[in-house]
Write a new protein. Sequence first.
Length: 254
Amino acid sequence: MADQTHNDDVQHEPTATSTWSRLLAGNRRFAQGKMTHAWQDCETRESLLDSQRPDAAVLSCSDSRVPPEIIFDAGLGDMFTVRTAGQIIDDSVLASLEYAVDKLHVSLLVILGHQHCGAIQAAETQLGVLASRVRHGDDSPETAQSLASVIDEIEAIDDAQTAETAQDQLEESLEHLVAEATSPIVRSVGPSVLQAYEAQLRNHEDIERVHIAHTIEELVDRSQPIQQALADERLMLVGARYCMDTGLVEVLSF
C-alpha cells in the first residue's frame, strides 16, 4: 500500500480475486512495455515508514530475471515477497509466508515459477548422474547419461517383465537418493522432476508446471496456519509461471 489515494483504491477492491486481477493487469502492462511504475515515489515511501499493508505475498525464484515487483508493475508496499532458488521451501520461507498471512493479513498468496528455471535444470542434470550410478555404477558427471537416456534405455529392453523390474528399481533408488541428497536443490526440486517423468512429462515447461504444483502441495502440507487460512477462506493460493519470452504470467489451475 502507499498513499491515501492508493489506500482508497484498495478499500474498493479488498478481495483476493480483485488483487490478483490487479497484479495480472500490471503484468500485461509490463509485457507490453507500458509500465506505470505506480507507488514508487517519495510520498509513497514516506507513507510506509510506520507500517505495511500488502495485499499479496509472492514466493518466487531468486533468478535475477524474475523480480515480482517489476513483472507485475507493482509499487512499494504492494506485495510481500520471498525468493529462493527454485522457490524451494525451508523453515525460514514457511515462517515468512505465515507472517504475511497471519500478521499482515494478505488475502492472496502466489507461488511463482518461471521459464528456463536453472534450479530445475540443475536438479534434472543431477538426477541423470544418480540414475547412471544406479544403472551402471557411473558417478562421474562428465560421463553420466541424462535421466531421459537412462529411462529410454530401460524402456528399450525387449522383455517387458525385465524392463518393468528395472524401472521400478530405478524409481525406488532415485527416490531414496533424492531424499538423502546433500543438495537442497536436489532434495526439494528432484521430487518434482521425478513426478513429471513418471507422468511422461519431459518437456522443461511441463516440469516447471509440475514443480509449481508440488511446491503448493508441500507448502499446504507443512503449514498449519496456511491450511487454516485456506479453510477459513481468508486466503487464496494461486500457482503461476512467468514466461520470459513473452513477459506474461501464465495462470495455472491444479
